[in-house]
Design a protein around this ligand. Structure first.
Ligand SMILES: Nc1nc2c(ncn2[C@@H]2O[C@H](COP(=O)(O)OP(=O)(O)OP(=O)(O)O)[C@@H](O)[C@H]2O)c(=O)[nH]1
Ligand SMILES: [Mg+2]
Length: 349
């Protein structure tokens, strides 16, 4: 993704999701210049009311959000202005605040000054990032014993306006595991904006790729594509298991097998065995199987699929070329994520 940078953090690749937003708090309403005008009262006193305060821009941490993806589409936020004061001592109405929902763990920085405005670490936490302008005083406020008909009133103050940077450190939610050439990177490129290298030779992927996957408009999660594993990886074969640490903190694992595999079940067993040798805890994560490249199989699924069913394994057939089955695969990822508490595997080691 263009504005997301993969960084080495704490011994792990970590994704940093950035967004820039422009915020404009509401301006204060002007105070009013007015004098009471009533029948039979020749000289009414001042009765200009105060202007209302402009709305604030508030950020709130929402545990339902996992990424800053939404801010690619909406970047401008403006709160309402306060209304002007009116005669008869009527105060202007306050402008409504705007609440921007951001994922828990987002750091908000003022781009112009570099100042960190807030670090939203708890669900429901709120901070005002731009204050609405104060309303101006109406002329009624300026009456004194010596000046009973003041013509003075104040204008409302402008609301604060800034460019803010939102920054969120992401760990992958879902890890893609498979033999070299299984189609992991192709799947990632199909379901996210990531552009990993894809080629028909083994070990094309040398470092993990991460992508943000959108699910049903309002949700998103992060998927990691790691270099292919081969039998004996735990003893250092192939690219070895050095990359498995990147999936240690994911919440869900997906095993990808090519539909043309000689024996899918054996392949899955091999992959799971390599994971177990690295860290048996990895096998405790919820998982399912994606059977890839089904466009290459004219007769549909082979008998091997029956074996997966017999083993009670959840599996989804897909083709990253035709798009078949992709929606179901994303849905299954999302459903398994829902069975997991976000921080269950999120222990810093
Ligand atoms: N026909 C077809 N080809 C696919 C599909 N998915 C991937 N491929 C091809 O399979 C080859 C390997 O794909 P990659 O996505 O690079 O595989 P990988 O699992 O990331 O491989 P490594 O990075 O080496 O572990 C490429 O030539 C892809 O074009 C698919 O759904 N249908
Ligand atoms: Mg790859």
């Amino acid at each position: 993704m263009d504005d997301t940078i993969l960084r080495f953090f704490n011994g792990k690749y970590m994704f940093i999701d950035y967004a820039k937003i422009m915020v404009q708090a509401g301006n204060g309403g002007n105070g009013c210049l007015s004098f009471r005008r009533e029948k039979y009262i020749p000289k009414g006193g001042p009765d200009g009311g105060d202007g209302g305060k402009g709305g604030d821009i508030i950020c709130e941490a929402d545990s339902q959000l996992q990424t800053l993806l939404d801010f690619r589409y909406k970047k401008h936020f403006k709160a309402k202005n306060g209304q002007h004061g009116q005669g008869a001592n009527k105060f202007g109405k306050q402008g409504d605040d705007v609440v921007i929902r951001i994922p828990v763990g987002t750091v908000v920085t003022n781009v112009e000054t570099g100042e960190i405005i807030g670090d939203l670490t708890e669900k429901g936490q709120q901070i005002i990032i731009a204050k609405g302008g104060r309303g101006g005083k109406g002329n009624a406020r300026f009456a004194t014993p010596t000046n009973q008909a003041p013509r003075k009133f104040e204008e409302g103050r402008p609301g604060e306006a800034f460019t803010m940077q939102l920054e969120l450190k992401l760990l992958a939610d879902v890890g893609l595991v498979g033999l070299p050439n299984a189609g992991k990177s192709t799947l990632l490129s199909r379901i996210s904006a990531a552009h990993p290298k894809i080629a028909d030779y083994p070990f094309t992927t040398l470092i993990p790729n991460l992508g943000i996957v959108r699910y049903r408009d309002q949700h998103s999660f992060v998927v990691a594509d790691i270099p292919g594993l081969i039998e004996g990886a735990h003893t250092g074969k192939g690219l070895g298991i050095q990359f498995l640490r990147h999936i240690e903190r994911t919440r869900v694992l997906v095993f990808l097998v090519d539909v043309q595999a000689h024996d899918m079940w054996e392949e899955i067993s091999t992959l799971r065995n390599e994971l177990k040798e690295y860290n048996p805890f990895l096998l405790k994560k919820p998982w399912f199987v994606i059977v890839t490249k089904i466009d290459l199989l004219a007769d549909g699924m082979t008998d091997q699929a029956v074996v997966l069913d017999q083993q009670n394994i959840k599996w989804c057939p897909i083709s990253s070329v035709t798009g078949e089955g992709i929606t179901d695969a994303i849905q299954t990822m999302w459903e398994l994520l829902q069975t997991q508490d976000k921080n269950e595997f999120d222990t810093i080691d």
